[in-house]
Design a protein around this ligand. Structure first.
Ligand SMILES: [Zn+2]
Length: 369
């Protein structure tokens, strides 16, 4: 996957899946010229490279972490490997859901995916994984949110609930007033806010405070699902990460049995929760949570998990492509858009498992490998 063909013009032909609409969403071909998409055959083009297959917009991993591993920040060469792994899996647009590393240098690298950053996680003191977050108290929340809103690319990440050692269970991290003021400040600065939430009780106060998105959202219930739907609050379920809950529960059982039981219950109903959220009209997006304890490059597996949860395959695909890009304010396969796309041998709408083996990955108009 090292070589990069830097040809003049790229011609993609076969089926170009420009949208989720089964009638209007398919075109026969597109070209990439100077890194941009055009649907008009360029006049007098020479040195044309042709790629045949089923093309999708570059996949979106809307929850991953570059520059982070299980122990905290990593060096640039490890971060580079993470980004390359995502790229080779077809994930060409990443929403970084919190990283203690400065990965700005990636923006200057033509061969690495595009990243939309949420700055560094903001957590309550001793209420998150060590070495990850700014760990602060509620009085400082507005100031830290403002700081990360300025540092990031339009998102801020809070840790909304975590284990509380006093109660031995998950509990909400922020008082209502402070979190509402912090979200208002982020919005004033043009940033959206998302929060890590596993539990039930943390959700309604965050939605009422104006939050834009919830990560994981395993605690959604019949009471909170209509609230999310009404306010248009998105969720990024990260089912490949939720799959690790039983193992986490086993590890914490002796010390925190209530928490362990809670995590097992959230895990047991995870598919039902996601399906109910989707059915209620809550926007659902693909995210893997790679970079904490999970490997990078799992975007295709997460799409398959959403299908397993009961989303129609086209909706699960859209959650990693068309709708995810619109939600993040980035174009898909449109005239003049950057030529970031992935080509497959067979129709990914018929079987999303094909996402696991891209035929060609094309970033900024160049065929990668
Ligand atoms: Zn995460």
């Amino acid at each position: 996957m090292r070589s990069m063909s830097d040809s003049g013009v790229l011609h993609i032909k076969g089926r170009v899946l420009v949208g989720a609409d089964p009638d209007g969403g398919v075109r026969d071909e597109l070209w990439a010229v100077d890194g941009r998409i055009t649907f008009e055959r360029p006049a007098g083009a020479r040195d044309v490279t042709t790629v045949e297959g089923w093309a999708l917009p570059g996949l979106v991993d809307a929850h991953c972490h570059v520059g982070l591993d299980a122990h905290g920040p990593v060096d640039a060469s490890t971060a580079e490997k993470q980004a390359l792994t995502d790229r080779d899996a077809g994930a060409l647009l990443l929403r970084d859901a919190g990283s203690p590393s400065d990965t700005r240098w990636i923006d200057d690298r033509e061969d690495l995916p595009r990243i939309i950053r949420a700055g560094r996680h903001i957590a309550r003191t001793r209420r998150y994984i060590r070495n990850y977050a700014h760990e602060i108290e509620p009085d400082d929340l507005v100031a830290y949110v403002a700081r990360e809103a300025r540092r990031g690319d339009g998102w801020v990440k809070l840790v909304g609930d975590w284990i509380d050692r006093e109660t031995g269970d998950l509990s909400a991290c922020w008082p209502r007033g402070e979190v509402a003021a912090a979200i208002a400040e982020a919005h004033r600065l043009g940033a959206r806010v998302t929060a890590h939430c596993f539990a039930e009780e943390s959700l309604a106060p965050l939605v009422e405070a104006g939050i834009d998105c919830i990560e994981h959202a395993t605690g959604l219930t019949e009471e909170t699902i209509p609230l999310f739907a009404e306010r248009g609050v998105a969720i990024v379920p990260t089912l490949v990460n939720i799959a690790t809950f039983p193992r986490l529960a086993d590890g914490g059982e002796a010390k925190f049995p209530r928490w362990a039981d809670h995590m097992r219950r959230l895990h047991a109903r995870r598919y039902e929760t996601v399906r109910a959220a989707y059915d209620a009209g809550i926007p659902v997006f693909v995210g893997t949570d790679a970079g904490g304890s999970l490997a990078h490059g799992l975007v295709g597996q997460e799409v398959a998990e959403l299908v397993k949860a009961g989303l129609p395959p086209l909706a699960a695909l859209s959650a990693a492509t068309w709708s995810a890009r619109a939600w993040l304010g980035r174009p898909g396969l449109e005239e003049g858009a950057p030529a970031d796309l992935v080509v497959y041998e067979t129709d990914p709408r018929a079987d999303v498992r094909v996402l696991g083996s891209p035929k060609r990955v094309i970033l900024r108009g160049r065929v990668i490998g």
